[in-house]
Write a protein that binds this ligand. Structure first.
Ligand SMILES: Cc1ncc(COP(=O)(O)O)c(C=O)c1O
Length: 440
């Protein structure tokens, strides 16, 4: 049934577990079905693993590789900097140039500070918000992921039997070893419930509201019409800082991220992933009057590797490509073709599934007949069945995330999309009998 096998990866990961716990360096790389993979190289839309497989890749490293795995312009820009210096512990023209690029593309970006990872950028945004408002309470939403640090790793994947009432969701501590005290000034609300968030902000004690403006981590869910605007207005009225976490959507759903595409401008926004196509660059961007508070030094922001020059050169080259209109036009076209094709394939197989999100990052929710409105709406997704599907799809040469997300890059051309859709159809035929319980 399966054309591809992964026995070398499986053995290597198992052996490596004697030196690297679990054989992986991020827990997101555990639990990959049928096994975490070991790769030799990437080119365009493909990854080549140590079993000799060439896989069409829709993981895209969980988002960064928007220009594919080997973009010549980004690589040349990084090469160009390698001979000039790796890290100065001081400034370079490259970081100023990169900041100007961000500012030209992103509506809220009057000022920009670079950081090393999305998690760090979130830490900076929250610290800034608490400092400038002189308030402590931060509100986040069920199912939204803002990195793995103690302060925000709450209720991003609450088991559905523990979510509690929708009016007061359980504040769910997502990791063993996470200091419970770090959640004391964090409140968790249900997303897309306008009345709930607006009345909470109106109490006047909230430093910041942080959200994925489109919920991409738990499943391609758009804000209801008027929701983002209502939160924006309430924040403005009551002195609360609105933070959009654009670590996934930034530089991916359009050159100006979700805020530009949706027409709602936050006070601060966090970025990483697609802004440097695989190089470690993250950023906080936002209003001058907030960001300039960092100049005096009383609000701490550190990071040895911030604005590393090689990564900055790569970020500039990446952004230069993303501002070219044909870059996004082609991704819109090919991503829409892929979304529609997947939806048709599941429908033809008689399987309930929704395909929601943007052409550049969307989610397949197997088991749903209507798009979910928030995290709770995903309770009926058959995760085990979808995981079985992605494992079988990998056996047909296509690598997509087990949790339902598909990331698109510029190298997923029409031909690659068609090859992908053929693999999806073949997979659904291969495993059809195993999914019988999902058919009405
Ligand atoms: C929306 C969002 N915020 C923050 C993060 C954390 O970023 P990083 O993994 O670079 O720390 C992620 C990572 O997936 C994310 O999706």
């Amino acid at each position: 049934m399966s054309n591809f096998t992964f026995s070398r990866s499986e053995a290597r990961v198992r052996e490596a577990a004697t030196i690297v716990p679990g054989g992986v360096n991020s827990n997101f790389r555990l639990g990959v079905a049928p096994t975490p993979l070991v790769f030799e190289r990437g080119e365009g839309p493909y990854l080549h693993d140590i079993d000799g497989n060439r896989l069409i890749d829709y993981y895209l490293a969980l988002g960064p590789m928007i220009l594919g795995h080997s973009p010549a312009d980004v690589i040349a820009a990084a090469h160009g900097q390698l001979d000039k210096g790796l890290l100065y512990g001081g400034q370079s023209e490259l970081e100023y140039e990169a900041a100007h690029r961000v500012s030209a593309m992103v509506p809220c970006a009057e000022r920009v500070r670079f950081a090393g990872s999305g998690s760090e950028a979130v830490q900076l945004a929250l610290r800034l918000a608490r400092a400038v408002t002189e308030r402590l309470t931060v509100i986040k939403f069920e199912g939204h992921y803002h990195g793995w640090l103690d302060s925000v790793l709450w209720s991003n994947g609450t088991p559905f039997d523990q979510v509690g009432p929708e009016e007061s969701p359980t504040k769910y501590r997502a990791s063993a070893g996470q200091d419970p005290a770090t959640g004391e000034n964090l409140e968790v609300l249900s997303w897309n419930q306008e009345e709930q968030i607006v009345s909470r902000i109106a109490k006047g004690d909230v430093a910041a509201v942080i959200m994925e403006a489109t919920m991409c981590n738990s499943g391609g869910i758009f804000a209801k019409p008027g929701y983002l605007e209502a939160v924006r207005d309430a924040c403005t009225k009551h002195g609360t800082i609105l933070i959009f976490d654009e670590v996934i959507t930034g530089f991916r759903v359009g050159p100006g991220g979700a805020q530009k595409r949706l027409g709602v401008t936050p006070d601060l926004a966090t970025f990483a992933k697609a802004m440097a196509n695989g190089f470690t660059v993250a950023a906080v961007a936002g209003r001058a009057e907030i960001m300039d508070q960092l100049s005096s030094g009383h609000i701490m922001h550190g990071g040895t590797y911030n604005a590393q020059p090689v990564a900055m050169a790569a970020a500039i080259a990446t952004m230069d490509r993303l501002v070219q209109s044909e870059t996004f036009e082609a991704m819109e076209r090919n991503g829409t073709r892929l979304m529609n094709g997947i939806a048709e394939a599941f429908a033809e197989a008689g399987l309930p599934a929704t395909v929601t999100g943007y052409p550049q990052i969307f989610t397949v929710a197997l088991g749903l007949t209507e798009p979910a409105e928030n995290y709770r709406g995903l309770a009926k997704v058959d995760r085990a069945a979808y995981r079985h599907f992605t494992a079988a799809l990998l056996g047909n040469g296509v690598r997509a995330l087990e949790r339902g997300a598909w990331f698109l890059c510029t190298e997923h051309t029409e031909d690659v999309v068609d090859e992908t859709l053929a693999a999806v159809r073949k997979t659904l035929a291969d495993i059809g009998p195993d999914l019988a319980h999902l058919r009405a």
